[in-house]
Design a protein around this ligand. Sequence first.
Ligand SMILES: *Cc1c(COP(=O)(O)O)cnc(C)c1O
Length: 514
Amino acid sequence: MSLNNVGRPTRPTPAASTAHTSLTGARGLLQDEALIFEMGGWDKTGVDLAPADLDASDLGDLVRTAPIGLPGLSEPETVRHYVRLSQKNHAIDLALYPLGSCTMKHNPRLNEKLARLPGFADLHPMSPVSTVQGALALMDRLAHWLKTMTAMPAVALSPKAGAHGELCGLLTIKAAHEAKGQSHRRIVLVPTSAHGTNPATAAFVGYDVAEIAQTEDGRVDLADLEAKLSTDVAAIMVTNPNTCGLFERDIIEIARLTHAVGAYFYCDGANFNAIVGRVRPGDLGVDAMHINLHKTFSTPHGGGGPGAGPVVLSEALAPFAPAPWVVSDSKGFRLVEDTVDEASAGFGRMVAFHGQMGMFVRAYAYMLSHGADGLRQVAEDAVLNANYVKARLSGAMSAAFPDGPCMHEALFDDHWLEGSGITTLDFAKAMIDEGFHPMTMYFPLVVHGAMLIEPTETESLQELDRFCDALLALAAARAGDVERFTGAPYLAPLKRLDETLAARKPKLRWLAEA
Ligand SMILES: *Cc1c(COP(=O)(O)O)cnc(C)c1O
């Protein structure tokens, strides 16, 4: 293995278990690739400009005296470098991306084409309103469909991700309590299976987080909820379908009990993909819910680009919504920007401008290209695909909740690996050698050694079978071939990295610290 000058591995280690290793480090068409810093040519550039003819600079003694230290490559070298790097990663355009809780669906090319129309792509957020009427009309239509699909009267479009939407929802709830003289409410209730962003958001807003227990069959324990509800509770945060891939059957009762103590019901809408077109959260008593446009309406994170997390709001919370929002009259569309008049009770704003226009265009394109019937089929096919995976794998792997169907995600635990010397992590790493991205591992925390698979509606029967065949082959290989798992991945450019350390203490500089 070659190391760079700060001791990090930069090249693949030839796999001990493969019969053939190449002489150059390449794997067939997959070229070996050095770091850009190792490729030399520090004084090369792709352009040929005359030296700047400057006598004096306004920068005074801030003028750079040493070389800037950027690697120099020609255009073909640059293009090849990044294309080779891109081939070392899994991509939604290569194969199914089974991450649960993430809804990693295909990116329709139509969305990309529309988002690149100059009238959308070249907008400036400070353009005069009279020059961006089409963009405002699109935001208005998007808001209309989000409200229609959820049966909620208002929506704040500006939050830039699901977690940001949670923050928006809880700030709205806080403002509503304060307006009623209820600022003593300190507690937010969160089920044990919740996504980590839920308790993190509540704590960030300053609330105390209390956990609600889960029943044997993976749902909110109503008795525990009732015991913990009081007039000190500001809100509950429940995901539906929940992160075990199960529909909260008691959701209407959960809403009723919550409202009975004067608290609000925040629904984490990250899993809206499973029910879009079939269930309207407003009919269930939800007060606020974020919608991850980048999950339910395509453009998965990791599949490219930023996200957007609009928050739909009930009648009770609508007056406290953050600015801006779009209104229209005979003179056209405009944005309500200031917390006066119609926005006087609003808690402020989430972002400097109006949110992620590119995501609005993509989500709206996805809605229009599917139509009402198509969006309903999205939910039906997503659930069908997950149940197909659950049924095919259940013989070999142990489903965490074997009784009854799942929603859009199939959840397995690690009982079936007991005594094999193989962990969930090992199994996931072995999937990489078979050309598949691992499923979500060890989440939700309430299931031991969890493996959470979400195929989404965009996968065909053939692709689902390819995926299931690979997992079944691995499951069958586990007896007597433990090293295939414990040493995996053998065929990836790098092996097991310390991902936790890498996330907590990233080394972001190539050159050794001076
Ligand atoms: C993805 C997800 C979130 C957070 O959404 P981001 O857009 O990634 O910030 C919250 N809750 C659940 C259940 C999720 O799956």
